[in-house]
Ligand binder design. Structure first.
Ligand code: MRU
Length: 341
């Protein structure tokens, strides 16, 4: 496989390695990944996370195993096992489906390797395109709000929603970003704050429950979020808390955009109710952990509900910023997404 280098995933000199997103920003640790078990563990523990990145990391590992001489049966099993790690982000299913097709080719080793390479390179191009479309929606001096982490750490390129923010800043639009900390796993507080610092983009970190009063005070001009799966009718799943923002945005008449590549579309899924929502370990809600260790504050027998994602209905979305352009309510309700995948 050729050398492939992204912000948090690389293939170099015969080695797949990933940047540990659970330890950032205070610890920069790269893990070498050589087996399905290792990659599955990295994905399950969110050391590797973000819809596009999960699929790409799994694909690079499968291609690496193919090059190392794994047989077809072992690769088919690897694809199945990696696909089962996280149920909501459809990019993983998209990548694994492409690899299954490659495995059926007569020259299947080359086909698997070139498929993984193309998926990686395609993601860089998709990020660039949607970021440029999205940046056109941003006006000079805008205060933007975002949720979770959708940047270069979560993709092979510059990101989805955070990619838009990056391009708007690069275009000299003098923006400021409100960053939701994003409980329970704090992807906003840990990763988005870190990426914006690295990019020198002015931002202010807030707890998730502070967004409403900021909107009421007129301090949020536009909201950009990513997606883990977009259904045919435009409903979409993203990090839990996204739906709250969409409802608040509607109430305060604030434009609310979802930014995602075509690989996040699942037109076989008719609407948001059909999107499987991952439920995670209660310990993520009863406390918090990271590079600093673990801290638990709730009673150890507390009942916990911990869905990792929620679904935002299409009627709350102002625009779907995709790599092929920006789609409005009218386009999406007349089936524009169906034509795309
Ligand atoms: O659980 P995570 O951290 O993988 O969830 C990530 C998100 O919800 C992102 O918003 C989404 O994957 C889009 S990332 C480009």
């Amino acid at each position: 496989m050729k050398t492939l280098v992204a912000r948090s995933l690389k293939y170099q000199e015969g080695v797949v390695s990933v940047l540990d997103q659970y330890l950032l920003p205070h610890q920069t640790t790269w893990h070498i990944c050589q087996s399905v078990e290792e990659m599955a563990e990295l994905i399950l523990t969110l050391k590797v996370r973000g819809a596009p990145l999960i699929g790409l990391a799994a694909a690079l590992l499968v291609a690496h195993l193919a090059e190392q001489g794994a047989d077809k049966e072992a690769l088919a099993k690897a694809i199945d096992e990696l696909e089962a790690t996280r149920p909501t982000a459809v990019n993983l299913m998209h990548c694994m489906a492409k690899l299954r097709i490659a495995l059926q080719q007569p020259n299947w080793v080359e086909a698997v390797v070139s498929t993984a390479e193309s998926l990686f390179e395609e993601d860089i191009a998709l990020c660039e395109r949607m970021a440029n479309f999205g940046a056109e929606l941003v006006s000079a001096g805008d205060n933007l709000l975002t949720h979770c982490n959708t940047g270069a750490l979560a993709t092979a390129g510059i990101g989805t929603a955070l990619g838009v923010i990056h391009q708007a800043h690069a275009a000299g639009k003098n923006i400021h970003v409100w960053v939701d900390e994003t409980r329970p796993l704090l992807q906003g507080g840990r990763l988005t704050a870190y990426e914006l610092s690295c990019w020198d983009i002015p931002y202010t970190l807030i707890c998730d429950n502070m967004a409403a009063s900021l909107m009421a005070a007129g301090k949020v001009d536009k909201i950009f979020v990513g997606a883990d799966r977009i259904a045919a009718n435009g409903d979409f799943a993203n990090k839990v808390g996204t739906y709250n923002l969409a409802v608040l945005a509607k109430h305060h008449n604030i434009p609310f955009y979802v930014v995602a590549p075509v690989t996040t579309l699942d037109t076989a899924c008719p609407n948001g109710q059909a999107i499987p929502i991952e439920e995670r370990n209660p310990l993520e809600v009863t406390g918090v952990s990271g590079s600093f260790g673990q801290c638990q504050w709730a009673p150890s027998n507390a009942n916990v509900f911990n869905p990792a994602f929620d679904v935002t209905p299409a009627d709350l979305v102002t625009g779907w910023v995709l790599d092929s352009g920006v789609y409005d309510q009218e386009a999406v309700s007349s089936g524009a997404l169906l034509a795309l995948n």
